[in-house]
Design a protein around this ligand. Structure first.
Ligand code: GAL
Length: 334
């Protein structure tokens, strides 16, 4: 693992980047936010990012970051656990988004590593952003022969709730939006949202809708259709109910122009498909603009706002129990 100086926070703290490579795959991660700053497959950088810490501090879309303790929105910024109401910091209108204002995307992680992996640790104190319990969190990025894996662990001294993911924006070709990328998602249902982008609780069949990705289609084919769910979000910004359990392939993204396919594997029940609808065209690394729909996120997780939906898979973590989940992004030429 190669450690390099990356920049400085306003409080003077030095931020470092950590890089590992196996020839086919090169990965660079920051201790700030656990951000994947660069992921190269056969020399092609397939994620959006910035060159400087200042640009990351502006937090324009959680580029490459670990999001937690609780990915996506928690309705009303509160939830009940063990007959107690917990109130969180509301950083998205009346709701909490991606763990609150000081979520895991904005903390500096402790880093260790070896030739093929980078391991980050963060101890989130009891009541940080309002969440119960001291939560010791680990994120291990590891190289595989043709991809990168992310192993999340967490252990808490109180009963709590956890939902971790990574917010990388993928673009297999670069220099254009992801609308020409083809996408397949192994999901028969998705979770429709209200006007604040919080799931209503309904599981709606994708069949006959613009959300049907069971046969690969281009992301752009239906994205401008006059569908109320697409209109609310300005594109895709929805959780898909993934078929089957256990660690399995759930999605395929491909760019014919790049000749590259990326397969997403996870053990999670859900995946937020977010097509970068809120990106604003700021300048990113390597002189490339981070344009609207310039990248697509596959945020493997439990369904958003599960804490307020007993019918959704549970995100409760009992005191002393180990939270453990794995997601892998695997690449190949085609
Ligand atoms: C996504 C979320 C979007 C938006 C984005 C960050 O995970 O689904 O609605 O908040 O993060 O800009």
């Amino acid at each position: 693992m190669l450690k390099s100086y990356f920049g400085r926070l306003p409080n003077g703290k030095e931020i470092y980047s950590y890089a590992v490579s196996n020839g086919a795959i090169s990965l660079t991660v920051l201790d700030y936010g656990g951000i994947i700053q660069s992921l190269k497959y056969c020399g092609n950088d397939v994620v959006l990012g910035y060159n400087t810490i200042g640009e990351y501090l502006d937090n324009d879309g959680y580029l490459g970051a670990i999001v937690g303790r609780y990915a996506n929105r928690i309705s009303g910024g509160s939830f009940r656990l063990n007959k107690k109401t917990y109130r969180l910091f509301k950083n998205d209108g009346g709701n909490t988004l991606h763990g609150g204002a000081g979520g895991f995307s904005g903390v500096v992680w402790d880093v260790t590593g070896d030739d093929a992996s980078i391991t980050l640790k963060y101890l989130s104190p009891d009541r940080e952003e309002g969440f119960p319990g001291n939560l010791l969190t680990g994120v291990k990025y590891y190289l595989t022969e043709n991809g990168v894996g992310i192993e999340y662990t967490a252990l808490c001294d109180k009963d709590t709730v956890v939902n971790l993911t990574n917010h990388s924006y993928f673009n297999l070709i670069g220099g254009e939006t992801i609308e020409n990328h083809f996408l397949l998602i192994d999901a028969d249902y998705f979770t429709p949202v209200n006007s604040a982008l919080v799931p209503t609780g309904e599981l709606r069949p994708v069949s006959g809708t613009v959300f049907d990705f069971r046969c690969a289609k281009s992301i752009g084919r239906d994205i401008e259709e006059n569908d109320p769910q697409l209109k609310i979000a300005g594109g895709y910004d929805h959780n898909f109910v993934l078929r089957k359990d256990g660690f399995r392939k759930v999605a395929e993204l491909s760019s014919a122009k790049a000749g590259i396919e990326m397969d997403v594997y996870t053990d999670r029940p859900g995946m937020q498909l977010y097509t970068g609808n809120f990106l604003t065209g700021r300048m990113g690394k390597n002189g490339k603009k981070i344009m609207k729909r310039g990248g697509v996120c596959f945020e493997t997780q439990s369904y958003p706002d599960s804490v307020n939906h007993p019918e959704f898979p549970s995100t409760e973590l009992k005191a002393g129990e180990m939270y453990h989940t794995v997601t892998e992004y695997r690449f190949h030429k085609y």
